[in-house]
Design a protein around this ligand. Structure first.
Ligand SMILES: *[C@@H]1O[C@H](CO)[C@@H](O)[C@H](O)[C@H]1NC(C)=O
Length: 281
């Protein structure tokens, strides 16, 4: 009996990180792969040094997946399935990822304020951006996975700092926001299901600097790719966009092929497919 208990503790200790937010591969976490069309995880960004794979857990379930770059402290991308929003207001908290502070910590995203209060002697921001980094920075906390593409509680879960990047306020509140609502109309009107990837391309040397420390990279570009399916799970539409993260306030629509070629400029190895078979029937 004792041996069994010991074995159980051993197995638990070795497996439990895979049940949390930070996983060694998205394939390890049942439910986390559901945010990728046909369970295919893009090769894009997989080799970026210092990345962590986050299955975004809130109220005891997963809501989307994020490939997070702990050096630049912004996401490489978030992957999600579109949900029709039922309103519900704007989440007031900003969450952080406890397991990016310590892998043995809880699996659920936590309000950064309270996690800090509970651990006054531990700096939470070594491997992730904190709310204070954005304060007075001149940049918006720009959602990659937008809250408007979800119902509660997934909507709340998008308010995690691992899902936001420093975004030009004009671009965030105008051209990018318009693009997001055009997608809402398309997905609600024509798609039984839609899978979306939204990513950021870090800039070479543009950062939010706090106390002389380069804290959060200000991305050069944001990009988006979507795959829309009919009732029989057949792809019927696909597309994407890129936007320079400046006052220019312009979103350029692109085909998946064109977006892939765009991303290739920022990669040393082949970008590969963003969606299985490029979301073609
Ligand atoms: C989600 O956010 C709304 C708006 O702030 C809030 O009223 C609600 O309690 C939140 N839901 C959960 C599950 O935290």
């Amino acid at each position: 009996m004792q041996a069994l208990a010991a074995l159980w503790v051993f197995v638990w200790a070795h497996l439990s990180p895979a049940w949390g937010d930070v996983v060694s591969s998205f394939q390890d976490a049942p439910g986390c792969l559901d945010f990728f069309y046909q369970g295919k995880v893009p090769e894009w960004g997989a080799a970026t040094p210092g990345t962590a794979r986050l299955c975004q857990r809130f109220h005891n379930s997963y809501h989307f997946a994020t490939l997070y770059d702990t050096h630049h402290r912004i996401a490489v991308y978030s992957a999600y399935r579109f949900q029709t929003s039922d309103g519900g207001g704007r989440e007031k908290r900003w969450f952080v990822e406890p397991q990016l502070v310590d892998l043995t910590w809880g699996a659920e995203m936590r309000d950064g304020y309270w996690l800090g209060q509970d651990n006054p002697d531990i700096y939470l921001g070594e491997r992730q951006a904190l709310n204070e980094d954005y304060t007075h920075s001149g940049f918006d906390r720009g959602h990659l996975n937008p809250n408007g593409h979800h119902a509660v509680p997934s909507r709340n879960a998008t308010f995690t700092l691992t899902n936001v990047v420093p975004q030009n306020p004009k671009m965030n509140q105008n051209a990018w926001r318009n693009y997001e609502s055009q997608l809402t109309d398309l997905f609600n009107g024509q798609c039984a299901k839609a899978y979306v990837l939204v990513g950021a391309i870090p800039s070479a040397s543009n950062w939010i600097i706090k106390n002389n420390v380069k804290r959060v990279n200000i991305p050069e570009y944001l990009w988006n790719a979507y795959c829309c399916l009919d009732n029989n799970n057949r792809p019927i539409h696909s597309g994407g966009a890129t936007a320079l993260n400046t006052e220019q306030n312009r979103v350029d629509r692109r085909t998946i092929a064109d977006l892939t070629a765009f991303l290739q400029q920022y990669a040393n190895s082949p970008v590969g497919e963003l969606f299985l078979n490029n979301c073609e029937a």
